[in-house]
Design a protein. Structure first.
Length: 154
């Protein structure tokens, strides 16, 4: 029996991949069910809650999420993401039922991404970071606010 060559093996692998069922990638940042609970938990650990308000398909949101907030979360910083178009049930910072869409409007979120640094009750512990003002310095702006917010939370 003839052994398959590299090209035949590659074509077989590509064909198998093409018919394999697609799996949705897990979300990179959690979508909270209760911002009040998330903020209280973060405060209990002496940390601020970092909340990114995003828009589906937003390339700047993707950049901030993947390059800055996912690594920050991996280091132990509490970070969640709220979809500004979301219509699903969400408990706000006060525990009252709301949606991502309603909360974004109430908080005056007009640019995505907008990152908030909050403590218990949704009190903002550092200035918001709306948009991506200067991509080269975004990491420094973010870290400065996270550090300030964590000091205020501790």
């Amino acid at each position: 029996m003839k052994q398959p060559n590299r090209r035949e093996l590659l074509l077989a692998a590509l064909g198998a991949a093409a018919v394999a069922p697609a799996r949705a990638a897990p979300p990179l940042l959690p979508a909270p069910s209760s911002l009040a609970a998330e903020a209280a938990d973060a405060q209990g650990r002496g940390r601020a809650l970092v909340v990114m308000f995003s828009l589906p398909g937003c390339p700047w949101c993707k950049l901030v999420r993947e390059s800055y907030l996912v690594p920050l979360r991996a280091e132990g910083q509490p970070v969640v993401e709220v979809d500004t178009t979301g219509a699903g049930a969400l408990a706000g910072f006060d525990g009252a039922p709301t949606t991502g869409l309603q909360l974004s409007a109430r908080l005056g979120i007009r640019v995505t991404p907008t990152v908030l640094f909050v403590g218990r009750g949704g009190r903002e512990l550092a200035p918001r970071l709306p948009g991506v003002p200067l991509p080269d310095f975004y990491g420094a702006y973010l870290q400065e606010r996270v550090d300030a917010a964590n000091r205020a939370a501790g």
